[in-house]
Design a binder for this molecule. Sequence first.
Ligand code: GSH
Length: 203
Amino acid sequence: MSEKLHLYAMAYQDRSDRIRWLLEELKVPYVDHFLEKSAGEMDTPEYRKLNPMGRTPTLVDGDLVLWESAAVCLYLADRYGAGTLAPKFDNVKNRAEYTKWMVWSVGTLECVIARMFTHVSTPEEKQATHAFNKQQAEIFKLVLNPILSKQDYILPSGFSAADIMLGAIIPGAEEFLVRGNPPLEAYMARLMKREAAIRAKVF
Ligand SMILES: N[C@@H](CCC(=O)N[C@@H](CS)C(=O)NCC(=O)O)C(=O)O
């Protein structure tokens, strides 16, 4: 590892927290670049060359430019944490389970959490959104609670990049999914204590 990695993020808050947390866990040196959207810093020709959508986060590792936070985390865990934060490819079934959580966290959980924040104005809309949020959270509990009641992390083999993805996304549904739900309260407390997460200022 000769050169430092570069992480481009939107100033204040975006989905780079999961990548920064993973980099801290991996102890891989990196440089943060915080871009001010309102100042047009995500729209410059230089940044658009890295990320044609003008979105964040984006990682630059030597000649590799990569965006999509889950893809970046999959890459980093394979490149710098194979066998520790990512199951190796020689066990295809473990690998499939790990990939499932990495993809589910953004493709299902985060998509639904984003919908939970749809702007509503009338009392009827508020009631419908509340009912939707509760119903979706119950479905997620059916998936997560049985696993996190019997083991500390989402994979039986222990802490992995999949916990970083889940741990960075679950707080978005704190009110519906975590509060008053002991397996997830304990899981989040466990994750929030991790020094790498504290250094990365995820929570
Ligand atoms: N699915 C993408 C989401 C990328 C994305 O929408 N990023 C937001 C910040 S978290 C963004 O750049 N928003 C600025 C904009 O939409 O103009 C990922 O996980 O990286």
